[in-house]
Every structure is written in C-alpha cells, then in structure tokens.
Design a protein around this ligand. Structure first.
Ligand code: RNT
Ligand code: ZN
Length: 414
C-alpha cells in the first residue's frame, strides 16, 4: 500500500467515502469491450464489401487484425492492461466460417465456437450484435424497413438467426448475452413517407422478437443520422423508446454519439430508470458528429457514471463501448477507452451521494456546490493507482511501453 493511497484513503474517509469498498465495487463492474476497434469494423467475411451503413473508420494506422487469431491476440494484449474481468462484444460479421458457404441469414452458433472457447478460457462474458451493414443485401441504405420484401425478409432471417446464436452463447457460458439491434436505414434526402418505413421496421421487429429465447437481453439502438442518410433515420430515438416501452423484455440502448450535438445521454439514464428494469449503453465520444472517437475522461463520461452509480443502477445499466479509431494504435485505443470508462465510474463511486442528496432535498444548495467543487480536487489518482496495482495491471504512466513493444514485435509484422 503506497503512502499516497493512505493519504487519499483518509481524505475520502473524512467525507464518508470508504475507498476499500469503492475498489471492491469497481472490481465487480464488467464493461463490454467491442471487438470491432481491433480491425476498423472489418469482420471476417472477406466479401470485399466496404464498411457501409453511414459509419466510418478513418485512418490507416498499421497493424490491424486480419484474422480471428490476430484479433483475439490483440484483445488479450488489451485485457492484460485493463483492470478487472470484462465482456467481449461481437458482431455477426465476426463469425469464423472457414470458407463454408454461409450467408448472414444462415449463421449458426457453431460459427462462433472459437469466440465462445476464447471467452470461456478467460472467464469473460459475451455480448452480440446482428450486422445490418457492409453487405450486398443492404439496398439503398435499407434493411429491416425496406419496401422490397426480399430484402426485408433476408434481414428478418438474420435477426432471428442472431438471437438464436446469442441464446446458444448464453447457454454455453451460463450467463446472459445482450443482443443489440442497430440498423442503418434512412434517406439521404427529404422523404415522402416517414411512417411507412417505421411500420415496416415495427413489423420486422415483431417477427424477430417473436420467439422467446432464454438468456438473451434484447436491445434496440436508435440514431439521429449517418453519412449518406442525413435527412431521415427510420430507427429514431422516439421510435425505439416507444418500442421498448411497449414490449416487455426489449430494452433501449443509448449510444452517446446518436443524439443532437448538445444533447447528452446522462440525463436520459435516470429518466428511463424510472420505467425500465434495464438500460444498455454504447459509450463513445462524438466529435461534431457520431465520429466514434476513443472515450476520454471527460465531463459527460463522469456524468454518465454518476447516474449509474448514485442511482444504485450498476446491475441495471449494461455498459458497452463503441468506438473505432483507425488512426492510432488499436490496442492502445481499447486500453485508453476502457480504463477511462472505469475511471469515470471510480470518480462517481468516490462521492458521498447520500449526503449530497440530503443537501439537495434540504435546499442546502450552497453546501452542495462547495462540496461538489472540493471533490473535484480530491486525490482520485492515488486510488486509481492503488486499484491498478492490486489488480495486477500497470498504472497510467507505465502500460504504454508494453503496447509499443507489441507494436514493434507483432503488429508491425502484419
Ligand atoms: C452505429 C452504431 C452501431 C455500430 C456498431 C458497429 O452508429 O453505433 O452500434 O457502431 O454496431
Ligand atoms: Zn453504437
């Protein structure tokens, strides 16, 4: 135990925060780490299809993973530098199909056997996503809302196949799998009909969710716009929020990059906790648009963490990450983004919320402001370093050398 930690522990104890308990809680928070940061959302289909769906991974940093083995090795490297046990978030396009003639609508659990083995060996959970982009059956930027019944039926079959895969993974791991539906559907220019596409999407979802599958946490992810679909998004926030509210067992997933630029998801968390048993998140950093930059320790990350922690919602809010920066070392991107999410949670855990809530309820707003501002200068860094050391991972100023060595020895040979 370092002296700086002991000083921090005493300082926090004086305001009623038990740093030992805080570290114990932080240790138990599993973050769903997205596989797609490792290869710029490429997947393993080798279909030659470019990334589509209005999302973009920009940059050309050397060393991206090209095979399941490379991606898994890179994730291992990242996990070795992130404190705690986490989850891996997969997309259907990361199926390991080994040259078999299988399309997205005929995928089966066996195509994820390698991932299941990977997760099992390491004691990690898995989350899953059907992939409704980067595929020739995405016609005119439409999938589940397409007026072309052949297109719509193909993607409904994909949705059903993915829920079955998620269920099979849950069974194998003995732990629930979040299955998240995000579609890129929308129009570049002003549509003539905004309701028709939504009614078709609603019907598609009814078909996809019809089967009851144990162990699957169904989620729907809304968006405001994407590149090439600037004028209209079928799966908007109101659409999916209303869908989830009217369909028990289907939950709303909020991606922090999917709202208007001045809109934040932190305030939406408590609003929805009043109604939903579960909420899912894609934590990302939008820069001017849904740019999916690596998560930094910024105010909104801390606000999101506060809403989860002080509302006792650590079991209700499922935290996933969603960024893909191709301009920097991809292993470092995972390490920085995941550790920052954890630091946000740590900063929220290190605040005496019971007392602060009492100050609010008793209209002691001056005291609340003074305490909140004082806490910003408290020695959180010493607690973080102690946490990293107890979890057997390097501190912030000590992990990058090993990523640089990995880049030199492994990534640069690809
Ligand atoms: C796109 C959505 C979606 C994807 C991933 C790859 O804007 O955020 O979640 O980023 O599924
Ligand atoms: Zn997302």
């Amino acid at each position: 135990m370092s002296t700086s930690y002991e000083l921090a522990r005493d300082k926090y104890a004086a305001v009623g925060v038990d740093t030992e308990q805080v570290m114990e809680t932080l240790k138990g928070i599993a973050i769903s780490v997205h596989c797609w940061q490792g290869d710029d959302v490429g997947g393993f289909e080798n279909s030659g299809e470019a990334l589509s769906g209005g999302i973009q991974a920009t940059g050309n940093y050397p060393g991206k993973a090209r095979t399941p083995d490379e991606l898994m090795a890179d994730m291992d490297k990242a996990f070795s530098l992130i404190p705690g046990k986490h989850r891996i978030n997969l997309h259907a396009s990361y199926a390991v199909i080994d040259g078999e003639a299988v399309d997205r609508d005929t995928l089966e659990p066996k195509h994820f056997a390698q991932w299941i083995a990977f997760a099992k060996e390491r004691g990690l959970g898995i989350d899953f996503n059907p992939t409704y982009f980067s595929h020739p059956m995405v016609k005119d930027n439409l999938t589940l809302s397409s007026p072309d019944e052949t297109v719509r039926a193909f993607w409904i079959r994909h949705g059903i196949a993915c829920r079955r895969i998620a269920g099979a993974i849950a069974k194998e791991l003995g732990s629930p799998v979040l299955n998240n539906v995000w579609i890129p559907d929308g129009y570049k220019d002003v549509p003539a009909d905004r309701l028709g596409p939504r009614l078709r999407l609603k019907d598609s979802l009814e078909q996809i969710f019809a089967e009851k599958i144990d162990g699957v946490i169904d989620c729907v992810e809304s968006k405001v716009f994407g590149i090439g679909v600037e004028s209209f998004t079928v799966g908007s926030s109101e659409f999916y929020l209303a869908y989830a509210a009217s369909h028990p067992g289907v939950y709303n997933l909020m991606d922090s990059g999917h709202y208007h630029p001045t809109e934040v998801i932190s305030d939406k968390i408590p609003a929805q906790l009043a109604f939903f048993e579960k909420i899912a998140l894609h934590v990302t950093r939008p820069v001017r648009w849904d740019s999916d930059h690596v998560v930094l320790l910024e105010d909104e990350i801390k606000e999101i963490a506060k809403e989860i922690v002080r509302n006792d919602a650590l079991d209700k809010v499922l935290i996933g990450l969603d960024f893909f920066d191709a301009s920097i070392n991809r292993v470092a991107a995972w390490v920085v983004g995941t550790r920052n999410m954890q630091k946000g949670l740590l900063s929220a855990l290190l605040q005496p919320w019971k007392d602060m809530r009492a100050m609010q309820d008793e209209c002691r707003f001056t005291e609340l402001m003074v305490l909140s501002e004082a806490l910003k200068m408290y020695p959180m860094g010493a607690v973080w370093e102690e946490f990293c050391s107890r979890m057997g991972v390097p501190a912030d100023d000590a992990w990058f050398d090993s990523v640089a060595a990995y880049e030199r020895d492994v990534l640069s040979n690809r």
